[in-house]
Design a protein around this ligand. Sequence first.
Ligand code: FAD
Length: 373
Amino acid sequence: MVEMNKILDINPVDLLVTVEAGVITESVSKAVEHLNLFFPPDPGSMKSSTIGGNIAENAGGLRGLKYGVTKDYVNSIEIVLPTGEIVNMGSNTVKAVTGYNFVDLICGSEGTLGVITKATLGLLPIPADRASILSFFKDMTDAAKTVIDIVAQGVITATLEIVDKVTINAIEDFLKIGLDRTVGAMLLIEVDGQKGATEIEADIVLKVCKSNNALSVRKAKNSQERDKLWEARRAALSSLSRIKPSTILEDATVQRSRIVELVEAVDGIAQKYNIMIGTFGHAGDGNLHPTILTDLRIPEEAEKTEKAIEEIFKATIALGGTLSGEHGIGITKAQYLKLELSKPVYDLMEKVKNAFDPNNILNPGKMKCVWNS
Ligand SMILES: Cc1cc2nc3c(=O)[nH]c(=O)nc-3n(C[C@H](O)[C@H](O)[C@H](O)COP(=O)(O)OP(=O)(O)OC[C@H]3O[C@@H](n4cnc5c(N)ncnc54)[C@H](O)[C@@H]3O)c2cc1C
């Protein structure tokens, strides 16, 4: 798909851009920057992921709390059905309720229902002002409580990211940018909007951090410092993956109000199995990436890793959460679908798959659960 990489049309009046599916995510915003517009979904992989892949996975990103995820910006798509027909779905009007919402069905379908070839995406004006805030805490619990309180104070930040001690140390080893290795957790927060409004919101964020026992909290002094902070956050996964031969990134997601409990559950599981877990993620969305650092070549390590992953999923579901906030189910998580879905719902999924793809030729085996195993 990467050769289908043309930006076909930019429509600044209706805030729309039409692209081929192989266009790299970051290039969409770059193509409309001169019009003071941007494409909000910003997965950590935006320098390499494609719009087709983002739609297929319904990718989220760092700005999800305020701006939502990929599906919130997909107006219409062209897809090639597994039976060969080329069809268009959706509408480029602001509102449309004609027929079933097939566009939302395709978003997150993991390439099992059709090959996306073209998409018309929504854009937004670039916010006039932004401020980034960095705050350190003694532990993840204080940081997670802060996340809940910031939103409870009426501030919907553009980003609200949490990083634990293991990950802070990994980033510092990799980038050497002067992060404090002694702290237990860090929050990276960005507010954006009209000038004046961002200052008020940043002040509220600073106060909430302090009232939750922040060890330190400060605003980035300038855009260079701000860019450095976000570069550090984007390097979280690559930094962790340098520690051990195997890196397994999970995607546990709960309601924001349960994030403290999820953080504590993951910590308990790491201790119980004596395994290294680095946790970071989009805490404002309740979406954490507990990342298990291990060596799957060693059978005992592989065994306890599998048990720990299953416990993380079970704890997430027990907290009313979901198996995946943004990365999808694929093959490796397919067996866990039965923890979250009822059998009738899973059967409906199978019927939908069969209606689109009667010959089972598109990504067979993805999201495929053997129910009685
Ligand atoms: C470092 C890193 C950071 C990441 N950060 C995030 C993040 O912040 N948020 C997030 O949501 N995800 C993140 N991801 C996961 C991943 O990058 C996203 O899911 C992304 O949307 C995948 O896009 P891709 O083009 O790379 O797709 P691929 O990985 O190539 O494909 C993903 C799936 O989509 C299907 N697919 C791809 N293109 C099409 C198409 N045109 N039509 C139909 N099906 C298609 C494929 O068959 C496959 O099943 C991250 C990954 C990495 C490695």
